[in-house]
Design a binder for this molecule. Structure first.
Ligand SMILES: [Ca+2]
Length: 485
């Protein structure tokens, strides 16, 4: 027979074990606000001093940790977004190129029937892929997305068919900020239904409006995952060359920057070599910055709303750009830009704020991390369960963000058509058409000194690791819309 003391100890241990293993209580589960900007440059944060105005992002950086060595999985919109939501390389989840059709921008006029069956309208992420909102649902989360979806337009591909409870935004990869049309085709959707109810209103204001409403509705009821992928500061996908050649921004935000003269120029060769009136580089830069500042104001109102509801400190706020900047953006000190596998295409600004989770205020963290870490990290923070039988390419980043361990990430690979990059530790091998080389990122973040001649073994090692990764991706289970079934 068990002695009373032993029974007491046994019960005590059982109690401790229960406390350690029981699911997180509702009050403890953090809310999640994921903000993704579109084509923002590595250097385009006010605190970095290039003259761009981002007081809310600066506040976020002072109250959270800024990541300086953070990558996205592809140097342009669609695959970058597919990867951050699935935690899987584009080549593994199947979305390893753009779901778009640029022909209308180049002058082709489809009939409505023809356009409806082009790839931009019928392509979408494979329905078997598991995304963050579906995973968080198992822990009781409500999820909303307000902004750019970019993973398919058919109903079965839309956010509310993929785990989100609410969607208001546009479905494809870029729009006119005011008409919400993509090269003349309406693109705004609420849940599963196209809508033109807000036509004429600058879309950043609309995404702000919806996000604030969502916060108001869920602040005291459910833990939530709020995903706000802004259109800003992406170029305008309008037909008019003067609009198309810049970024649209409200006048009041343009006026916060020095005046530009002249605003436009005539180019003898626009698309198809036709002459057109387009924005000057100075105007383009001013407009880009104004769009960022407007977005920043919207971000500020979200932080204020969370604070007023007294839920800010237990809300995980994550901000980053979906890929590197181009046009009016500033990627300094990185080389290259959006669409390239130089650092300027794939290394992006990122800030994480979560004081209740031990993420320090005002820190700058140089750990090698990526958007592939998002899904496993949000699963760990929320008490949700990782999806079964799904190969993930990232890990839980919280111990690294708390400064407890160095990053588990040792390597990462990028492939956009014939543009390639492999990073292993501090080394990066780049193949950019006829350009490229081997670079020591610890000492040469700007990828200026090609060391492939002096370090041939290291280059060979990186090429081998890249080849290993390619064969792993090729042996992964096929996924649409690009891979062979
Ligand atoms: Ca983008």
């Amino acid at each position: 027979m068990e002695k009373p003391l032993n029974r007491h100890v046994t019960l005590w241990f059982a109690f401790v074990l229960m406390a350690l293993t029981s699911p997180l209580q509702s009050a403890e589960r953090p809310n999640i606000l994921l903000i993704v900007s579109d084509d923002q440059g590595y250097n385009d944060l006010g605190i970095l001093g290039n003259g761009i105005l981002t007081p809310a992002l600066d506040r976020l950086a002072s109250e959270g940790t800024r990541l300086t060595n953070f990558y996205v999985a592809w140097p342009a919109c669609t695959p970058s977004r597919a990867s951050l939501l699935t935690g899987r390389y584009p080549q593994r989840n199947g979305v390893y190129d753009m779901i778009r059709n640029e022909a209308p921008d180049y002058g082709l006029r489809y009939s409505a029937e023809e356009y409806a069956v082009t790839f931009e309208r019928v392509g979408g992420m494979d329905e078997r892929e598991v995304m963050i909102p579906s995973v968080l649902k198992s822990a009781g989360y409500k999820s909303g997305i307000f902004g750019k979806w970019d993973l398919g337009t058919l109903k079965r591909y839309l956010p509310t068919s993929r785990g989100f409870d609410e969607f208001y935004g546009f479905t494809n990869t870029g729009i006119d900020y005011y008409t919400h049309e993509r090269y003349g085709v309406p693109s705004m959707v609420r849940n599963l239904s196209p809508t033109i109810a807000d036509k004429g209103t600058y879309c950043t204001y609309l995404f702000q409006r919806e996000a604030l409403r969502f916060i108001d509705e869920h602040a005291t009821t459910d833990p939530f995952f709020l995903y706000v992928p802004f259109n800003a500061p992406h170029n305008s996908s309008a037909l008019d060359p003067e609009i198309r050649s810049s970024v649209q921004a409200p006048e009041k935000y343009k006026k916060r920057y020095p005046p530009v003269d002249p605003e436009t120029r005539i180019t003898p060769k626009y698309r198809y070599g036709t002459p057109a009136t387009v924005a000057t580089p100075d105007a383009r830069r001013r407009d880009y910055r104004a769009a960022v500042t407007c977005m920043d104001d919207a971000i500020g109102t979200m932080l204020d709303a969370l604070e007023q509801k007294q839920i800010l400190d237990n809300t995980i706020v994550i901000f980053f750009s979906d890929n590197g900047g181009s046009g009016g953006a500033d990627n300094a000190p990185l080389r290259g830009h959006k669409a390239q596998t130089w650092e300027g295409g794939i290394r992006v600004p990122c800030i994480v704020r979560w004081p209740a989770g031990g993420v320090k205020a005002g820190e700058v963290n140089d750990a090698f991390l990526s958007s592939l870490e998002l899904l496993p990290s949000l699963v760990a923070a929320s008490g949700a369960e990782l999806p079964k039988d799904v190969v993930l390419d990232g890990f839980d980043w919280w111990p690294t963000l708390r400064g407890e361990v160095s990053s588990p990430r040792e390597e990462m690979f990028w492939k956009r058509r014939d543009l390639i990059a492999a990073r292993v530790g501090k080394w990066k091998w780049v193949k950019m058409g006829k350009s490229g080389g081997l670079f020591d990122l610890d000492n040469d973040i700007g990828e200026q000194n090609d060391l492939s001649q002096s370090h041939p073994q290291i280059q060979a090692m990186l090429k081998q690791r890249y080849a290993n990764w390619v064969s792993e991706m090729e042996s992964a289970e096929p996924r649409g819309p690009f891979r062979d079934y």
